[in-house]
Design a protein around this ligand. Structure first.
Ligand code: NAD
Ligand code: UDP
Length: 314
């Protein structure tokens, strides 16, 4: 049983992580400024004596006595991270410094939720951890991509300079219950549009690819990484290597919801990666981890979540 800080714990992934850590008997402090997260995501935990919610912005310092820190705080959807791009960069960079200083002060192990976006629009496919990426430093996605890259740099510098016990994971597109309805990412957009009978909005021609990981699989990988032997820092890719085009995803969502929605095409946003798929050999070898939930299975659970969340609002 440990005392664990989860920053961004009221967000999509963070809320699943908090629930799992509590279930395993740990004490969890969730620090979140509720920019994209919500109290609803943690409402089932709020009365648990092992759970504590702190409304806190990680661009400010924090001192809490903990054994482990999962640093997830950062808006992850393009519409949200581009809303205040300077704040996004501050959250990644200042947030990483504050959490690493905390880890130093209280001698905690710290895990960084990095991203496949560090590979940018990759010209190596699929992406292994050794690939350094192809990132535009001055585009509209840069606040997120470069912010996360700088955070990785800080993690490795604190590790080399201050012997901080770090773990870095690179998360590939993850989906599931507790995504916000207005999140703007492709899986939640398509499902909400299909359930409401609205047009399904494909950006570009729909041939761009992503590889989608169900959230339960990701949480398992995250915890295995945190519990892995000291000295194994990563970075390690965590994602589902099965690749789909956005057109295939749209058709799947229409079929699984039985929706009458039509597909419409909208302009492709600037610097939108054309392909993305993780190499997960390192996670398989070091964490004995690989995803087990298929896209169909995961989409069914996510559709059921959005169905009940839409119904409970009407
Ligand atoms: P999310 O937007 O649902 O969660 C992010 C959480 O961080 C929210 O609760 C938000 O309120 C909080 N937050 C944002 N800025 C903050 C700040 N300055 N101080 C305190 N809290 C702050 O997104 P998510 O999908 O759950 O992503 C969680 C983490 O995983 C992020 O760091 C993201 O970059 C990373 N990640 C996610 C994916 C994915 O596909 N979901 C992929 C790669 C990386
Ligand atoms: N996308 C889309 N329609 C939407 C939302 C997103 O076609 O309503 C596309 C988007 O342009 C990108 C892919 O789906 O090519 C994944 O987008 P998302 O924002 O979910 O994740 P990211 O681009 O960060 O991987």
């Amino acid at each position: 049983m440990k005392k664990i800080l989860v920053t961004g714990g009221a967000g999509f992934i963070g809320s699943h992580l908090c629930a799992r850590l509590i279930k395993e008997g740990n004490d969890v402090i969730c620090a979140d400024n509720l920019f994209t997260g919500s109290k609803k995501n943690i409402e089932k935990l709020i009365d648990n004596r092992r759970f504590e919610f702190l409304r806190h912005d990680i661009t400010k310092e924090l001192l809490v006595q903990v054994d482990q820190i999962y640093n997830l705080a950062c808006p992850a959807s393009p519409i949200h991270y581009q809303y205040d791009s300077i704040k996004t960069m501050r959250t990644s960079v200042l947030g990483a410094i504050h959490m690493l200083e905390l880890a130093k002060d209280v001698k905690a192990r710290i895990l960084q939720a990095s991203t496949s976006e560090v590979y940018g629009n990759p010209n190596v496919h699929p992406q292994p951890e050794e690939y350094w990426g192809n990132v535009n430093p001055i585009g509209i996605r840069s606040c997120y991509d470069e912010g996360k890259r700088a955070a990785e740099t800080l993690f490795f510098d604190y590790h080399r300079q201050n012997a901080i016990d770090i773990k870095v994971i690179r998360i590939f597109n993850t989906y599931g219950p507790n995504m916000a309805r207005n999140d703007g990412r492709v899986v939640s957009n398509f499902i909400v549009q299909a359930l409401k009978g609205d047009n399904i909005t494909i950006y570009g021609d729909g041939t761009q690819t992503r590889s989608f990981c169900y959230v339960d699989d990701l949480i398992e990988g995250m915890i295995r990484m945190m519990e892995s032997p000291e000295g194994f820092t990563g970075p390690v890719n965590l994602g589902n290597p099965t690749e789909f085009t956005m057109l295939e995803l749209a058709k799947k969502v229409i079929a699984l919801t039985g929706s009458k929605s039509k597909i419409v095409y909208k302009p492709l946003p600037q610097d939108d990666p054309t392909q993305r798929k993780p190499v997960i050999d390192l996670a398989k070898k070091m964490l004995a981890w690989e995803p087990s939930v298929s896209l169909d299975e995961g989409l069914k659970k996510t559709i059921a979540y959005f169905e009940s969340s839409i119904t409970s609002d009407t």
